[in-house]
Design a protein around this ligand. Structure first.
Ligand code: FE2
Length: 433
């Protein structure tokens, strides 16, 4: 396991230097004209220079070479990344995908990026995209960065060995990683791997406000971890840098590893979080709370309390309510709901919605428990119940209307055209007497 340190909040200032090179981090105003060890200083900005102090994000790298030492970019035509939301006609139907196939050929994380749905435009720093990644080989001497926004990566199968400019992180199923705009990283794997990515344009993820919950609960700041500086000094003929820029991929070459940061300081960092650390709040006297009580991270729009995207989980928990129907209620939502399943069985639909698959319930499209779930939950004894044991479902919820790509509707060949049938058994129980 690579060394990690705890974030203890998203507003803190961090510093890290590779333990092999002590004092590589310049200190304050006494910094010499030349950086220690002959390093270059380079800043990575994650906010406007003049953003308010509470929102200002940047990190200083002290690295062997500045990032600018590369050859020109050309188009990179592999993978299925797109932000063309007009590829297909809009479709308001409930959608469910069977588990996405692992690749048949050898492809790495970048080549295995497939956009399923999204909205908005990274040029205007507004919107989001949802991708599925499937890969079976490591990126090796290939690095990636995203000019368009932040990646929230949700592994479903396979451990991701992530090398970043900040250091290394291992992230497996039931953990998440957030790699923010511009940060260079590569992902190595040792088995066929699959997962989901929520990409947001223009804003960063934050912890949700807790309101009346108080100071503690949901995802606690102390459980987020960030890498420790760890550089490599590797000269090669052909190190590939792939950039995602305005929804398309580009590739260039350079003759050295980009992971040559010896020390860094700042408050703009990649981080990981283990979903087992989520403090669940879900015991109520009657009815039940909205799923917002399960929000791990939120990316807020400019409309107060309205998210470009929330990342919400449905972890194992006690379900304790009095005289009420306990599964999720039937509903129609002014938000779009994309769900995935990391492991186990989702409580409202046992079977059909499988690990590695997905569902999309679009704005104002009705959905809720299938008829089997409704029937059983209407009759079961109302005692405290442990639910979702061995399960982790999640939701990307967005205020935007999501367009499904050609890959999502056709190319992946995983759309379940019989999904609607799970509600067809809901019969009339009305008894006016
Ligand atoms: Fe829903």
């Amino acid at each position: 396991m690579n060394e990690l340190k705890y974030l203890n909040g998203f507003d803190s200032e961090f510093q890290s230097e590779d333990p092999r090179r002590p004092n590589s981090l310049p200190k304050g105003q006494n910094s010499p004209q030349k950086c220690p060890y002959g390093l270059y200083a380079e800043q990575l900005s994650g906010s406007a220079f003049t953003a308010p102090r509470t929102e200002n994000k940047r990190t200083w790298f002290y690295r062997i070479r500045p990032s600018v030492g590369h050859f020109p970019f050309k188009k990179f035509l592999k993978g299925n990344v797109t932000h063309d939301w007009n590829e297909q006609d809009p479709d308001p139907n409930q959608m469910r995908w069977n588990p996405f196939d692992f690749p048949k050929d050898q492809i790495d994380f970048v080549e295995g990026l497939n956009t399923v749905c999204g909205a908005g435009d990274p040029k205007m720093k507004s919107g989001l995209a949802i991708h599925v990644y499937i890969c079976n080989v490591s990126m090796g001497n290939r690095a990636f960065y995203n000019s368009d926004g932040d990646f929230l990566i949700v592994p479903q199968s396979g451990v991701l060995f992530i090398t970043t400019e900040f250091g290394k992180m291992e992230v497996g199923p039931n953990e998440i990683a957030v790699i923010q705009q511009g940060m260079r990283f590569k992902i190595d794997v040792n088995e066929p791997s699959r997962g989901y990515i929520l990409e947001v344009f223009g804003q960063h993820f934050i912890l949700p406000d807790l309101g009346p919950i108080g100071a503690n609960g949901l995802a606690n700041p102390r459980d987020f971890q960030t890498p420790v500086a760890l550089y490599e000094d590797i000269d090669v003929d052909n190190y590939e840098i792939i950039a995602k820029y305005q929804g398309k991929l580009f590739i260039c070459h350079q003759n050295h590893s980009p992971f040559d940061v010896v020390a860094w300081h700042g408050n703009y960092v990649p981080y990981k979080y283990n979903l087992e650390n989520f403090m669940v709040i879900n015991s109520v006297s009657f009815d039940h709370c909205d799923p917002s009580i399960f929000t791990v991270l939120s990316c807020q729009s400019e409309k107060k309390g309205t998210a470009i995207a929330d990342f919400v989980i449905f972890p194992p928990r006690w379900s304790v309510q009095e005289h009420t129907f306990r599964p999720p209620y039937y509903h129609r939502n002014c938000m779009s709901e994309f769900m995935g399943l990391i492991l186990g069985q989702y409580e409202a639909k046992k079977g059909g919605f499988l690990p590695g698959g997905a569902t999309l319930h679009s704005i104002m499209t009705p959905h809720g428990p299938d008829f089997k779930c409704f029937s059983e939950a209407s009759e079961e004894a109302l005692k405290p119940t442990r639910i979702a044991e061995g399960t982790q479902a999640f939701m990307f919820e967005s205020c935007y209307g999501l367009a499904v790509t050609k890959w999502g509707l056709k190319t992946c060949e995983k759309l379940d055209l019989d999904y609607y049938k799970c509600w067809q058994g809901l019969k009339k129980n009305f008894n006016p007497i």
